[in-house]
Design a protein around this ligand. Structure first.
Ligand code: URA
Length: 249
């Protein structure tokens, strides 16, 4: 059998439990007469309550606040163990572009290409994003900084889960504080969900609002534009609005 990654193995196990499996059978038989008896329930109860797991959101807040530079924040995210996604990802995807740039773009999560490269928005959607920025004379090599809500690729590119968003949100907020952009651009529903606590990008897009104490423009995700090219007209209007806002200060 091909080797499985952590998430595939966990999914297979969950599937077997769903089918009713109650015991893992080994390749070799086990002599039950030689296996030591399990701890009786009464004895286990006598051990007293097990310590509660620390709240991952609280841990994330503490780790994020302790970081004083982007480099320190990167290390804090990299070492943040409560987020299980890190186990199935190849690389941390922290950011790309120019730290301190006037515009900071927040996307959703790395896909396969980003996971391989360790950089956000390098696949097809990323190339589309670069073309969109170039159309208003901007780019990640000059005046844009880019990150994602999740810094690790979710298995099979599934949607982020509520608890994953909640535990990574303090890092995104600190990321914004340390990168000090003038404006935020939230691409797609998940960054709006994380920073505005709102969904419905088609309704939200194009209307300036505030997130993390900064002016913020929700826009459709470039992956959406790849699937719905007719929507480029609206995206163009939003890009012009971004350009004008930067020019007018
Ligand atoms: N989509 C995102 O939202 N972020 C990436 O980095 C790549 C694709």
């Amino acid at each position: 059998m091909e080797s499985l990654d952590y998430h595939q193995a966990a999914e297979l196990l969950a599937w077997q439990v769903e089918l009713g499996a109650t015991e893992a059978i080994c390749d070799a038989p086990v002599n039950r007469y030689e296996v030591p008896a399990s701890v009786p329930k009464a004895k286990a109860a006598a051990k007293g309550p097990q310590p509660l797991k620390p709240d991952p959101v609280l841990l994330a807040r503490q780790a994020a606040q302790a970081a004083q530079t982007l480099e320190e924040l990167r290390s804090a995210v990299e070492g943040f163990e409560p987020c299980e996604l890190r186990k199935g990802a190849r690389n941390l995807v922290f950011s790309d572009g120019v730290p301190g740039a006037p515009v900071m773009i927040v996307g959703e999560a790395p896909g396969r290409e980003e996971d391989r490269a360790g950089k956000p928005f390098v696949g097809r959607a990323g190339q589309m994003l670069d073309r969109m920025l170039a159309a208003i004379d901007m780019g990640r090599d000059r005046n844009v900084y880019i990150t994602n809500v999740l810094p690790w690729r979710p298995p099979q590119n599934r949607d982020p889960k509520t608890d994953e968003i909640a535990m990574m949100r303090p890092f995104v907020l600190r990321h914004i504080e340390l990168a000090k952009p003038k404006l935020l651009v939230l691409v797609g529903n998940w960054s709006c969900q994380t920073l505005l606590e709102k969904r419905g990008i088609i309704r939200l897009r194009g209307t300036w609002t505030e997130a993390a104490g900064l002016p913020c423009l929700p826009m459709v995700h470039p992956a959406y534009l790849l699937r719905n090219p007719a929507f480029k007209r609206e995206a163009w209007a939003d890009l012009l609005s971004l350009k004008a806002r930067l020019r007018d200060g």
